[in-house]
Write a protein that binds this ligand. Structure first.
Ligand SMILES: NC(=O)c1ccc[n+]([C@@H]2O[C@H](COP(=O)([O-])OP(=O)(O)OC[C@H]3O[C@@H](n4cnc5c(N)ncnc54)[C@H](OP(=O)(O)O)[C@@H]3O)[C@@H](O)[C@H]2O)c1
Length: 277
């Protein structure tokens, strides 16, 4: 199978490229400097020249707070450009795997979100990702959440930086729950899903659900740091973009399709801390 990965220099894109190359797959990995997915002509040209079987779009506008001020740009990258990719994929009979987010939900649920639950994003970023989902509706949408990986800025690094700076105590929100996900685990899941040729929405997130406070405590404990972590509410920690209070994704369809359970973010955290000094 021939793979084309866009946004290949990003956090997920880099791990996906590494995963595919380690399996000896035929992969064309394009960073933003190689292909700007908002350029429709370039998208068509690259896809027609490459003629991939699968396109995994890891390119995205991911600045959640800034998107409140840059919604048009977020929509162009996360929305319109996905339509260009989906159309180009159709022209060469390729399958598009589009990555999406738990932020398409409003967080009012009290049980894990199923793939068919109604979406109602609270932020400009979430709305832009939903436009992308609609554009890729005939293909595959992999929703995931709370990513951390060694090739990008993330929550683990933010907490470690605070600890290194000597911040004590550390305040972390305890009223948002989700499923942290280690990007090499996501990369493996994407390959499994794509190999099955499944279409529609699939949720992939690591086990198990927790709050940001729980996640921060785990990071501190794995680092062996003696820092007090104080649980706070989202109201005490106001940010430009609203986040869902509860965005736990149900991975039932993934488990049914692949026959495997999601991996553990705690294991991912240990590997992360070994790999990224
Ligand atoms: N991070 C999370 O917690 C999270 C959670 C759920 C879902 N997701 C989704 O997972 C996917 C991957 O996210 P990530 O964390 O790997 O993000 P990332 O590290 O920000 O990677 C995205 C990549 O896309 C590139 N890019 C931006 N605009 C582009 C354009 N017009 N054309 C081509 N490339 C472009 C970026 O380049 P520049 O950096 O140079 O702009 C960057 O290399 C995204 O779809 C995101 O929405 C992320």
């Amino acid at each position: 199978m021939k793979w084309l990965v866009t946004g290949a220099a990003g956090m997920v894109g880099t791990d996906l490229r590494n995963e595919l190359e380690s399996r000896g797959e035929d992969v064309v990995a394009l960073a933003k400097s190689d292909l700007d997915i908002t350029n429709r002509d370039d998208v068509v040209r690259f896809v027609e020249n490459t003629r991939p079987d699968v396109i995994v779009n890891c390119a995205a506008y991911t600045k959640v707070d800034l998107a409140e001020k840059e919604e048009l740009l977020a929509n162009a990258i996360n929305g319109s450009a996905v339509e260009f990719l989906a159309n180009a994929a159709d022209r060469v009979d390729a399958h598009l795997v589009q990555l999406s987010t738990d932020f398409v939900f409003d967080g009012s649920s009290r049980r894990p979100y199923d793939i068919n639950d109604p979406t109602a994003p609270l932020s400009a970023y979430g709305r832009s990702k939903l436009i992308g989902e609609h554009a890729a509706a005939k293909h595959t949408i992999v929703r995931t959440s709370w990513l951390f990986g060694i090739h990008g800025p993330n929550f683990v690094e933010a907490i470690r930086n605070q600890i290194r700076k000597g911040t004590n105590p550390l305040s972390v929100v305890n009223d948002q729950r989700g499923r942290p996900t280690y990007t090499p685990h996501l990369a493996r899941a994407i390959v499994r899903i794509a190999n099955l040729g499944a279409s529609g929405i699939v949720h992939y997130a690591d086990e198990a659900e927790c709050s940001w406070f729980d996640f921060a405590c785990a990071i501190r404990d794995e680092l062996g740091a003696q820092v007090e972590i104080v649980p706070v509410t989202s109201e005490q920690f106001v940010r430009p973009a609203k986040r869902p209070a509860y965005s736990v994704l149900s991975t039932e369809r993934y488990e049914r399709l692949t026959g495997v359970r999601p991996e553990s973010w705690r294991d991912g955290l240990r590997e992360y801390l070994q790999l990224r000094a």
